[in-house]
Design a protein around this ligand. Structure first.
Ligand code: MGD
Ligand code: MGD
Ligand code: SF4
Ligand code: MO
Length: 682
């Protein structure tokens, strides 16, 4: 039996540190790594399901080629790579290398993820995406306000006396945060959860506020106004650390509680209670999720929510602060600098960054000079996960040739001409960061890849000579194929960072250099004014929004007459405990718990439509439709329906048939939740 340090690389707040016990080439046990102070409880059910996942009989173990019947049959690596190289060489000549779309999703974390783009640069170029499906409106709003995306260590929230969990369902999506919140509550702290749905997180709340979707900006402004009126402002802090308070306070004072109660559909009394608690309780931490920043007004919403911390002096102090994204461990990539999410102002002539992730389908179809001919997809399942599925399908089908690298025959892989088998987290060593806790961790190789599986870096090494790329050009850009070469490559990347080495990472999680336990405790904010900015000229210049976080209805809203008339219901598509987006749901162990998609609808909304429990219904709008069973559910806010995100088309339909290919107001995020639908008996 050997025991290895590793970490779960899913796009998940927790990024659990773990120790795996391996015997006879099999994982026998997975236990928490004691060096990760944020995840002492160990992995979730998904983590345990890796034992099934890596050996699943549905796993792709060899390259596959699509047949004329639309099924996939095995082919050898040489044949697969020769065919791919043939098409790549053909399109490089005409219409040019940028007719290749390189699409990389968030299926796994790792420093080696960057090697793909290195290959395409050597090939001659490609087209790729900008923006992100996940969190960028909030990242950008945070950067504009605080100057940087970092927060205090996860266990600091236990010191808060008031916690606002805003648009987040940590009990399902960040399970390791809940014990720290519980600790705060046991010490007398209070928890307010702001979510239109009743969730496992709202169950522990001392106050549960359920706003109409997309209206949180109005809520935050009115609560700020009430705090200002009641004398709850930390004047010394505002004087020293905040810029734009005067202007902001005019805006907040205009936003009356009665106005906000009407806009948000939250009783005035609850808004007043929330304001009173904030005005009188210190320290306060706000832990904000990514759900509420997938609206067309979301960046401005996040700015308004951040203002509640700024005016009450709840930044840079123990137990206080903004828990959104802690990018302190992102020492390598460019996520930290959200400008990397934007299309470059000056194109480099090699990589064309011209496709918005949020508008993937339409933008793919619209590319010209050259138009797109071919796609290479890795770590992503855009047919299921990107908005406006019908356009995404059309755009993929309009190409000459598609390559998908994945572990399973996902909806996107099914469209591919060639599918290449992907490694799992246990089959190649890599270094990963996290976005909630601060640790750098080693995702260590503990098993050889099964069947014919090869890690992406090896695929690139094999493909390069077929594209006429001299192998020496890959040095320092793509590691060699042996384990020792991969480790040497990683070691060289770690070299500039003091105290971070493979040797130390093999022992356990490592804090990044210059780690800040309490974020912004030095009172320095890297904004233009050096202070927390409630007014932002950059917001105007870059995004064309108001310099103040003024409230605006989302584009798709029942308060806009044109929306309400035809499609009166909000389609919510939250994340759920036993899957990460489109991953895990195909495993038998998970299926047993969550066998298929269903739409949850409030009994009154169901009654008004003649929908009975378990009836088959059609959820639809102008963009598309889903047909699935209904579940009557009084935990939903009336006027909202909900289908969990991540179901495959082959399971009964992705929720994104109905969502719009539309960007958020800042950061080039995807406004998934600006989605109104109607439901009827199918
Ligand atoms: N188990 C599990 N964990 C995950 C993931 C997963 O798929 N499964 N995904 C990971 C990833 S990539 C992400 S981005 C995060 C996402 O996890 P979270 O940050 O928790 O975000 P969501 O689940 O999208 O939404 C959270 C809550 O926001 C609520 N919400 C929706 N609209 C609004 C609104 O207008 N106002 C308010 N106040 N609330 C609203 C929803 O009802 C939902 O309960 O989780 C990560 N962790
Ligand atoms: N309607 C709606 N849509 C949403 C959301 C929502 O809340 N509502 N959430 C959005 C959010 S926050 C996110 S982050 C995205 C996530 O969407 P995606 O970025 O597409 O991520 P996943 O579905 O997690 O994984 C994509 C694929 O990566 C594969 N994969 C895993 N590891 C590897 C590997 O090592 N190599 C390769 N080649 N492949 C691998 C998996 O098998 C999986 O098929 O979805 C977004 N879509
Ligand atoms: S999916 Fe998230 S909670 Fe589960 S093991 Fe991985 S990092 Fe931990
Ligand atoms: Mo995400």
């Amino acid at each position: 039996m050997s025991v290895h340090t590793t970490a779960c690389p899913r796009n998940c707040y927790s990024t659990c540190g773990m120790r795996v016990h391996v015997e006879d080439g099999r994982i026998r046990r997975i236990e928490p790594h004691p060096g990760n102070r944020a995840t002492p409880e160990g992995v979730c059910l998904k983590g345990l399901s890796y034992v099934e996942r890596i050996r699943s009989r549905d796993r792709i173990l060899e390259p596959l080629r699509r047949t004329s019947r639309g099924t996939h049959e095995p082919i050898g690596w040489d044949e697969a790579l020769d065919e791919i190289a043939h098409h790549l060489t053909r399109i490089r000549e005409s219409p040019g290398p940028q007719s290749l779309l390189y699409y990389a999703g968030s299926g796994t974390k790792g420093l080696l993820n960057g090697t793909g783009l290195e290959l395409w640069r050597l090939y001659g170029g490609c087209t790729t995406t900008y923006g992100d499906l996940c969190w960028p409106a909030g990242l950008e709003a945070t950067r504009l306000t605080l100057g940087d995306n970092r927060h205090s260590v996860p266990w600091d929230i236990a010191r808060a006396r008031l916690i606002l969990m805003w648009g987040k369902n940590a009990a399902e999506t960040n399970i390791h945060q809940m014990p720290f919140i519980q600790e705060a509550r046991e010490a007398g702290g209070r928890l307010v959860v702001i979510d239109p749905r009743r969730t496992e997180s709202t169950e522990s709340a001392d106050l549960w506020i359920r706003p109409r979707p997309g209206s949180d900006g109005a809520l935050a402004l009115a609560v700020a106004g009430e705090i200002i009126r009641s004398g709850g402002v930390d004047e010394a802090f505002v004087r020293e650390r905040v810029s734009g308070f005067e202007e902001f306070s005019h805006l907040a004072l205009e936003a009356s509680i009665d106005w906000a109660a009407d806009v948000t559909d939250v009783p005035s009394e609850q808004l007043r209670t929330m304001a009173r608690w904030i005005a009188t309780t210190r320290p306060m931490t706000i832990t904000a999720g990514y759900g509420m920043q997938r609206y067309t007004n979301a960046g401005q919403t996040i700015r308004a929510v951040l203002a509640l911390l700024a005016i009450t002096g709840n930044v840079g102090r123990p137990g206080a602060g903004w828990v959104y994204a802690n990018l302190q461990s992102h020492i390598f990539d460019e996520v930290r600098d959200p400008v990397a999410c934007y299309p470059p102002a000056v194109p480099d002539g090699i990589v064309r960054v011209s496709v918005s992730t949020a508008r993937l389908g339409r933008d793919m179809l619209d590319q010209a000079d050259p138009p797109l001919r071919m796609a290479w997809v890795e770590r992503g399942n855009p047919l299921t996960q990107n908005p406006d599925t019908n356009h995404v399908i059309r755009a993929f089908r309009a190409l000459d040739f598609r390559v998908v690298v994945d572990q399973f025959l996902t909806d996107t892989a099914r469209e591919a001409d060639v599918v290449l088998p992907a490694k799992t987290m246990f089959e190649q060593t890599d270094v990963i960061g996290a976005y909630w806790h601060p640790y750098l961790q080693l995702r260590q190789k503990v098993l050889d890849p099964p069947g014919q599986v090869k890690p992406e870096t090896e695929i690139f090494r094999l493909l390069a000579p077929r594209l006429g790329i001299d192998p020496s050009a890959l040095d320092g850009k793509i590691p060699g194929v042996t384990d020792a070469e991969v480790e040497a490559f990683l070691e060289a990347k770690l070299e500039p960072f003091e105290g971070v080495s493979l040797e130390r990472l093999r022992e356990g999680p490592v804090l990044p250099p210059e780690h800040e336990e309490i974020a912004f405790s030095n009172g320095m904010f890297p904004t233009p004014s050096g202070r927390i900015e409630l007014v932002s000229d950059e917001a105007v210049e870059r995004w064309g929004v108001d310099r103040l976080p003024r409230y605006r209805e989302p584009d798709e809203s029942i308060r806009r007459a044109e929306g309400r008339a035809r499609y009166p219901l909000y389609l919510m598509t939250p994340n759920t405990k036993n899957r990460i987006h489109s991953q895990f749901g195909n495993l038998r162990m998970i299926r047993r718990i969550d066998p298929g998609p269903a739409v949850h609808i409030h009994p009154d909304d169901a009654l008004a439509r003649g929908i009975e429990a378990a009836a088959r219904v059609r959820v639809f709008n102008d963009r598309g439709e889903l047909r699935l069973p209904a579940r009557l559910d009084s935990s939903l806010k009336q006027g909202c329906v909900s289908v969990t995100n991540g179901w495959w088309i082959q399971d009964g339909g992705t929720v994104n048939y109905c969502s719009p290919g539309r960007e958020t107001d800042m950061g080039h995020g995807a406004a998934f939740h600006d989605t109104l639908v109607e439901v009827e008996v199918a």
